[in-house]
Design a protein around this ligand. Structure first.
Ligand code: NAP
Ligand code: COA
Length: 274
């Protein structure tokens, strides 16, 4: 269930918006009347996402681009603006992650995650700047608890997401005078997503353990995150900029130790297989 806000005739662009949490955000804006562009690498994901979004009856545009490629990000944005006009809401959520011990991780493995999460977010924001509605646009970056909580075997993702948080703050300083608000959402474990499958819960026992770590005693839903994105992009969020907002059932408050232990055990098991 989404909070009821009017985004009719607004253009929302979601990078990494074809699956999981980011698709949930794209769908929430589509349900509130927005014209939505989703961008990711794989043609089959783009096709499946655009087909689902069309159900809402508004404009839908899909583009294939790898956020690591500065020029292809620019092309995807330029194309989308030709179709639906200046960007009112920009979401940067493409990410990659896998467990690997730093001592065994290849340079390219570390670089792959830094390039998708951090450099990719810079590419998306940098290329979007000329297309953002000024004043009035909102940028939402999708970060993660790894940005502040050190987690074993995720040196790449921890470093990358910490960078995303700071990029959010610095560009909020630089672009505030253009009337652009920039914030980040830091989701907790969101049920059914690739992130949870890869990093936390592959069995029922692990899922229960992950649930127990959350003070609210449940995993998050796609709507939990999408509703925060809707709120941030709406007039109700009009004086919020430069913040990183956890949406995690309180997880960031007390989960450091159990998260470390749980991901440590799971990662240990996976890392041995590499
Ligand atoms: P997901 O379903 O794997 O979503 C990642 C999306 O990014 C996919 O649409 C993928 O599509 C796209 N993508 C990956 N690499 C890309 C690249 N190089 N260029 C362009 N697009 C790319 O993952 P998720 O679990 O929903 O996570 C979404 C976001 O939430 C991430 O930023 C993640 O760090 C954050 N987060 C997730 C959780 C969680 O519980 N799941 C918790 C905290 C934070 P293609 O394969 O088609 O490119
Ligand atoms: N353990 C150790 N190293 C790994 C690895 C793993 N599980 N998976 C990939 N790597 C290394 C590769 O070996 C390669 O390094 P090398 O050239 O030195 O061998 C490097 O990472 C890049 O791998 P590649 O498969 O070419 O990357 P890609 O660009 O196709 O994919 C990933 C990027 C690895 C991040 C991939 O997991 C991905 O596409 N993820 C997106 C989805 C996702 O992670 N969602 C959850 C978000 S929280």
């Amino acid at each position: 269930m989404h909070i009821d806000l009017d985004f009719k005739n607004r253009h929302v662009v979601v990078f990494g918006g074809t699956t999981g949490i980011n698709f949930g955000i794209a769908e929430a804006f589509a349900a509130q009347g927005a014209n939505v562009t989703v961008v990711s690498r794989r043609e089959e994901n783009v096709a499946a996402a655009t087909e689902k979004l069309r159900v809402h009856g508004n404009g839908v545009h899909g583009a294939c681009a790898d956020v690591r490629d500065f020029d292809s990000v620019g092309l995807a944005l330029a194309e989308s603006v030709t179709v639906y006009g200046p960007v009112d809401v920009l979401v940067s959520g493409a990410a990659g992650n896998f467990f690997a011990q730093a001592k065994n991780m290849s340079s390219n493995g570390f670089k792959a995650v830094i390039d998708i999460d951090l450099l990719g977010t810079f590419h998306v924001m940098r290329q979007a700047h000329e297309h953002l509605r000024k004043p009035g646009a909102t940028v939402i970056n999708i970060t993660a608890p790894q940005s502040t909580i050190p987690m074993r075997y995720q040196s790449h993702a921890c470093a990358a997401k910490a960078g995303v948080d700071q990029l959010t703050r610095v560009l909020a300083l630089e672009w505030g005078a253009d009337g652009i608000r920039i914030n980040a959402i830091s989701p907790g474990p969101i049920d059914g997503t690739e992130g949870v499958k890869r990093l936390m819960a592959q069995s029922d026992a692990e899922r229960e353990q992950a649930t127990n770590m959350v003070p609210l005693q449940r995993l998050g839903t796609l709507d939990d995150i999408a509703n925060l994105a809707l709120f941030l992009a709406s007039p109700y969020g009009s004086y919020i900029s430069g913040t990183v907002i956890p949406c995690d059932g309180g997880g960031a408050l007390e989960s450091v130790k159990p998260v470390l232990e749980a991901t440590g055990r799971l990662a240990e098991a996976q890392a041995r297989k590499i």
